[in-house]
Design a protein around this ligand. Sequence first.
Ligand code: ADP
Length: 313
Amino acid sequence: GDLSSRVEVEGKGDIALLAQDFNRMTEQLTRNEEVRRNMVADIAHELRTPLAVILGKLESIQEGVLPSTPETILPIQDETLRLIRLVRDLQQLSLAEAGKLPMNLKPVNLRQIVEKITEQFAIEFEERGLHIEVIGDVPEVIGDPDRLTQVFVNLIGNALLHTPAGGSLSVLLAEAERPLEDALIDDETRRRLRDVFRRKGEKAEEANRNRRDDNGPSEVRSDGWVQVTVVDSGEGIPEEELDHIFDRFYRVDKARERESGGTGLGLAIAKEFIQAHGGSIQVKSKPGVGSCFWISLPIKPNASTKGNTLTIS
Ligand code: ADP
């Protein structure tokens, strides 16, 4: 339908105000429609490339141009798996954006989640000579462990991908009174940040121990925030790209990133999942120095989680 109609009413009366509201709503609808149209175009574009690769290779095999061997079949399988990941990511992203992400909430130990992920990535870290450290601890938060795991898999996976051999990666966990506004990542700040996080983390670790000693299974506090910061000493992100980094399908280096098997949805998903928990995610980065993604999560998410389906088990 035509969404471009406007109503012009002179003056300052009720009707004029109503007309202004109407025009604002129309503009919003037009914008939404544009976003939707762009999204469909983006998805079509993302699906076309792997599908073309798959079809091309299958045809070559069928015509006898390529032999049917594990070496020729493996890339077809890889592309297919990437399509499956892409479709899964898209589905989760659209559910989250619509506020309909099923969330299975329970007490979550973030340090455990992060440690498990670093263990899963251990071979990759070793192969690339990357050093990773997990610093500090936080009280348990109420969250969906699978969603939070995916957020940190995406962040740590990105850091791994974008940090040259010999680099380092830190995950810092700390408690906070409110969401952290800012984090700078030059060497000095990083050292300071690390000290602060370490001290806070030690306190949190102790508090966790005490809680566990006191009353068996730890009790989740009802207020406060936790911060998880993923810092890498990698290639960094140019300033002009930072605004777009959480957009779906946005990649700084289009060709190379696609090759790496990423769906271009990792950060968009991270942002939506964190917002579904009532938290926020931000980034600071300096080309040649590194990147720093930090997440603020409320210890207990409240009603402001965009209406995603919260099931507490
Ligand atoms: P992808 O699946 O392509 O990795 P993401 O949404 O996870 O998509 O990331 C979007 C883009 O942001 C990446 O393609 C990359 O260019 C950039 N990026 C993300 N994390 C980092 C990082 N730690 N260091 C440098 N660049 C990064």
